[in-house]
Design a protein around this ligand. Structure first.
Ligand code: NCD
Ligand code: ZN
Length: 446
């Protein structure tokens, strides 16, 4: 007998939607059948999808818990259909060695959904191979941004990566997310969205990706160590179609955020829209949609970077960069599925299946043996995003008034975390994703 049965229209990868039951036992998917019996049964009106995986969030712990913490941030994730998140290392103190990683793991135990933790790529990591082994992935801040640790030196970065991969095969096959913007912080005193975009230009993003790509290639030829085979290179928050092309040329994956897809410099957001890399013009934004729809983008991640409204709503040059978005990521894009702008399979690939594979975690699909992470969305359930109704501690959203479809039911490892659109989960339900090898690393065609 199953612990729980979820019945309705189930989305199965490469098969599409079938009517039936997902049987859940001990937190895993035990059967997928026309009829199944369980202790409890939930009948769903919407479409049953795998829970979302958001590989780029800032939960602000330790050091900035007035903006967010692991509990509030993961409640927000759950309410948006996301059942696993990956936290970034730009906290105070930064997550850049074994002690800070273990401390963050302890703080993250309060999470309501599953979580991964990234360590920062710095010279220190070379002497902290255990930290790289234990972390879910590595974040490379190539270029400056809010609270970043690291450096924009491609040669140094690649040599530390080659070193740690050579020291331990447990470091190989991990997700390596790169904040690729060339420069030294010029542009951080811009006075408007347009100026910010001009100063932290698309060219600087492209140049950074080129520099990293060329260095990886050169190092591979010199040392016969192909770090692009050893790590899953993911270029974070790519803001323009040109950067997508450059990243793909070098065999890198790309991640795109909802804010670069839905917001642009023509909108009256002022400092509330300040983010790195900056929002671009409407033409760039539409170009990014084209890349997404044509299958050239691997992941949609939120880059959930909460700052309070008071912190953001000041003079543009002083306002911190970063936008909240973990709760609205799937709802905003799912609304585009309803409108016919993106097909359902591509949606699932971008928000759930691809990121799960890049992390090497047993999630991202409704299949026997995988974690029972489900998110049920009804096409009829259109609402407008309202900052005051969201669950992030920061209390506002740059997507105020946008149409979206929030999930009715969300299940994380068999535990119901959202019912009828309300959070019903538990503090501490989430588990650490660990540090895994991505699926198929080394076998990928470039
Ligand atoms: C992020 C933040 O606030 O932590 N800010 C941002 O503009 N995206 C840092 C980052 O990811 O660059
Ligand atoms: Zn970020």
């Amino acid at each position: 007998m199953n612990d729980l049965v979820v019945e309705g229209k189930i989305f199965l990868w490469s098969r599409g939607i079938v009517e039936g039951c997902v049987g859940i036992k001990n937190g895993r998917i035990a059967e997928i059948k026309k009829v199944a019996r369980g202790e409890e049964k939930i009948r769903c009106r919407g479409v049953i999808l795998p829970g979302g995986v958001d590989i780029h969030v800032h939960m602000r712990e330790p050091g900035m818990t007035h903006k967010e913490d692991f509990y509030t941030g993961t409640v927000a994730a759950a309410c948006g259909g996301t059942t696993a998140v990956v936290d970034m290392p730009n906290t105070f103190p930064p997550t850049d060695d074994l002690d800070s990683l273990r401390e963050k793991k302890r703080l993250a135990e309060k999470s309501a959904v599953d979580y991964g933790i990234m360590v920062a790529l710095t010279e220190k990591l070379g002497s902290q191979v255990r930290a790289a082994e234990e972390a879910t992935g590595i974040k490379w801040y190539y270029g400056t941004t809010t609270g970043a640790v690291g450096w924009g030196d491609a040669k140094k970065g690649v040599s530390v990566l080659a070193y740690i991969a050579g020291q331990s095969d447990r470091c190989q096959g991990k997700l390596l997310t790169v904040h690729a913007e060339k420069g030294d912080g010029t542009g951080d005193n811009a006075r408007s969205l347009e100026e910010h975009s001009r100063m932290r230009s698309v060219e600087r993003e492209v140049e950074a990706v080129e520099a990293i790509g060329n260095t990886v290639k050169k190092a591979g030829e010199e040392t016969k160590r192909d770090v692009n085979e050893w790590f899953v290179f993911n270029i974070a928050h790519v803001s323009s179609p040109m950067t997508v092309e450059t990243a793909r040329k070098h065999g890198f994956r790309t991640e795109v955020t909802p804010h670069h897809l839905f917001l642009d410099t023509g909108m009256a957001l002022g400092p509330l829209g300040k983010v790195n890399p900056p929002l671009r013009s409407k033409a760039e934004r539409m170009g990014l949609w084209k890349k997404l729809v044509s299958g050239e983008v691997d992941v949609v991640a939120s880059d959930h970077a909460p700052h309070t409204f008071e912190e953001k709503n000041i003079d543009f040059p002083e306002a911190p960069a970063g936008l909240p978005g973990v709760e609205t990521r799937m709802p905003l894009i799912f609304y585009e599925v309803k409108r016919g702008n993106l097909d359902l399979e591509m949606f699932v690939g971008l928000v759930s299946r691809n990121p799960a594979k890049m992390l090497g975690v047993p999630k991202g699909e409704i299949a026997i043996g995988l974690d029972a992470d489900l998110a049920v969305f009804s096409f009829q359930n259109v609402s407008r995003v309202m900052g005051e109704k969201l669950h992030s501690k920061c209390g506002w959203t740059p997507f105020e008034g946008f149409n979206a479809i929030f999930p009715d039911t969300v299940i994380c490892r068999g535990g119901v975390v959202v019912r009828d659109g309300e959070f019903v989960g538990e503090r501490g339900w989430g588990k650490y994703l660990g540090g895994n090898k991505a699926d198929g690393v080394g076998e990928r065609e470039h």
